[in-house]
Write a protein that binds this ligand. Structure first.
Ligand code: ASP
Length: 356
């Protein structure tokens, strides 16, 4: 009798230990995965998709792009490697890209029809489902930080225009004069595009198809990450599209279109012709294909970019990471500035064209 009782108690203890430490068991998740050799973590970034061809790219410029992408990638990776959160990793990488005049976000943003910069950004926390977004900012040096403040310090998800600028200032973010964002290269693109616009056929209201013009400028930035605790995050920041007007807002600050993250599936940041990404709810659609159709991350993203967007003429791409640390970066344009780094591949890998 005594022997059976001991056996029974031992079995109960073994079951309890087994349950508590299984992945997602209560002790396992409370302890975190910091010291676990199995912890999967990683980050991917993009700096925009579009007509990017090796033959049109001066070597020195290509070098500079690769250098700045690598710097953003390694800075973001360092955050998660040291045990920081995926949200902080995403934010760190995006701030660096916003500060670079090469990319269409923060300094160096493309210009509106009236020659000003109007900036959009968003960030989402896959652990809590919380999100923050800003549209049409004119004075906040780092729009991604404003999006984060909306998420962390307000009951709202999205703020736009003067109100969003005022909120960011109240939150203590760095404010700059609107000319801080403007670069000669973007002024030239705007000028070129406006000249082409004069040739717009009658009946088009003076609009021309943005993606078909030589001066359609790319360079939106974004990041997605999985941290050691199994939490996903995504963020995107942009100046939108050259010559935009009437308060046009693209997909980048729209949760579900340009940015999405949910721990149960994946984190996604998009870049491309925003109107198509909004209409197709691209970032969420990828997560939904994983959740409801049980597709892998790679297959879900491929299907949306090539089978949904491409036939409609929706050009662009995404970077995405799933809750196992798998990364995919498909695009249907000639190129996409992009990079990835993970615990499985801890060397920064940066690509611009189709295969390199
Ligand atoms: N998606 C951005 C927008 O439409 C632009 C881009 O990614 O190039 O505002």
């Amino acid at each position: 009798m005594f022997r059976y009782s001991i056996q029974f108690i031992a079995t109960v203890i073994l079951c309890w230990v087994g349950f508590a430490f299984k992945p997602n068991g209560f002790l396992y998740s409370n302890l975190g995965m910091n010291n676990s050799k199995e912890a999967n973590f990683g980050i991917a970034i993009h700096g925009g998709a579009g007509v990017i061809l090796k033959q049109n790219m001066p070597d020195t410029l290509e070098k500079q792009y690769r250098m700045e992408l690598t710097a953003a990638l390694t800075a973001g990776y360092a955050v998660i490697e040291k045990g920081g959160t995926s949200l902080d990793a995403v934010q760190t990488a995006i701030v660096l890209l916003e500060n670079s005049p090469l990319f269409n976000a923060g300094k160096g943003a493309v210009l509106t029809n009236s020659g000003t910069a109007e900036l959009d950004a968003s960030i989402m926390d896959g652990a809590t489902g919380k999100a923050g977004a800003v549209g049409g900012l004119k004075t906040v040096k780092n729009p991604i930080l404003a999006a984060r403040k909306v998420m962390d310090n307000s009951p709202h998800v999205m703020m736009v225009s003067a109100g969003a600028d005022a909120f960011a200032k109240e939150q203590g973010l760095e404010i700059v004069t609107p000319d801080y964002f403007i670069t000669p290269a973007r002024q030239k693109s705007l000028q070129k595009m406006q000249e082409e616009e004069k040739k717009a056929p009658p009946g088009t209201g003076g609009f021309i198809e943005l993606s078909e013009t030589a001066s359609y400028k790319i360079g939106t930035v974004g990041a997605v990450a999985l941290d050691k605790y199994g939490n996903l995050a995504a963020g995107t920041s942009t100046g939108g599209m050259t010559n935009k007007r009437y308060g046009r807002v693209g997909d980048s600050p729209i949760i579900g279109a340009g940015t999405f993250a949910a721990n149960r599936t994946c984190a996604v940041s998009a870049t491309g012709h925003g109107e198509f990404f909004i209409r197709n709810v691209v970032a969420y659609d990828i997560a939904a294909l994983m959740e409801y159709a049980a597709l892998s991350l790679t297959e879900a993203a491929r299907r949306v970019i090539f089978e949904k967007l491409l036939p409609q003429g929706g050009t662009g791409g995404v970077i995405a990471i799933d809750n196992q640390g798998n990364i995919t970066m498909p695009f249907n344009t000639q190129g996409m500035y992009r990079g990835m780094m993970s615990v499985k591949h801890p060397k920064p890998q940066v690509f611009i064209y189709q295969n390199q």
